[in-house]
Design a protein around this ligand. Sequence first.
Ligand code: HOZ
Length: 427
Amino acid sequence: MECSKSLSEWNNSQKYIPGGVNSPVRNFSKVGEHPRFIDHANGSRIFDVDGNEYIDYVASWGPLVLGHSHPKVIQAITDVASRGTSFGAPTPLETELAEIIVNAVPSIDQVRLVNSGTEASMSAIRLARGYTGRDKIIKIDGCYHGHVDYLLAKAGSGVATFGLSDSGGVPEDIARNTLTVPFNNAEAVKSTIEANADEIACLILEPIMGNMGIIPPNDGYLSELRDITEQSGVVLIFDEVITGFRVAYGGAQSYYNVTPDMTCLGKIIGGGLPVGAYGGKKEIMSCVAPVGDVYQAGTLSGNPLAVTAGITTLNILSEPGVYEQLETNTAKLAAGLAEATKKNGIDVWHSRVGSMLMLYFTSETVMDADGARTADTDRFREYFWGLLEKGIYIAPSQFEAGFVSLVHSEEDIQNTIEAATEVISHL
Ligand code: HOZ
């Protein structure tokens, strides 16, 4: 496959940008080469600067549930841009998006818009600390909540891909207040809260882990967490930056019917433009300035372009049949991959919730980050390159998620299964 233009772009970008990329996991070094530089994308397809065409399962790491360049989203952004791109003053559009979110997500009475998932989780935790007057927090090993100092302990995504235990540049004093426990282990949460009586402000987790591949919660795990946190006055925060409007319109909390105190959102609610949000019970949200004393602000927060892309996307997602279509297509893809690995006697753990899926090259059961870490990343690397050569674009890491979007056609899914079957037969 011709990739000389991507290579030359990469050589150039490394002169000016660390690693040649603006987010570490985009760099292909962990799969052993250079990234493909993208020229444009449309529907289910992404095209690189050398003219290669791929069926895309990265979907900008989750937001593009409608596919690339959806005509209604592009039209809406174009129209709104002609009236100004940012005012630093409230607009009716912000209220419209907030109302859609409040009506869709069970835990959210009020919501504040920010610019990224990182901002959302950072602000949600500050608020939980302000509300409870407590400093310590509990996070889950392998859950990723953005690049906030105290949330980089045992984080997933790029931190896991590059094999870092934690990030440099985080003072011990700051990390000291973050306690980490394994996923799918409610007992560990309970004992940590007991050992730190009246000191824990919140428990934050991805209800479905989506930055260590895909790891669903075991039956009853989330409701046990709900009970434990309720009894101890610990604020339960679901980070639904990936799962919000992805696994169901109301996110993982409506999929599993467990309502946290607060929720972080991002990705899909911006329809491919930078948006994040945090929201929750009115009693907690009333502590945010200017109503309360917990400060949080942002010049571009709620800007009309991003908000319009979000509103348009969420309106399309509210149409009947959308999540059924995602489920059917992704189930078909997962079944095809499972058949291919079984036929070839390859040890794998298949994981899927709705339109999110991952295949781990391991003989172990993957129920937590340690399970995911048993995956054979060399074998993943071969799988990745085999697929890329055949025009299938998946994330360049065993520890990221695959996303099916509404524009993946039956033919796309069939072509992907055929390509993967061929690649798997040579592993
Ligand atoms: N944190 C993202 C994956 N879970 C990566 C974002 C990006 O590289 O664009």
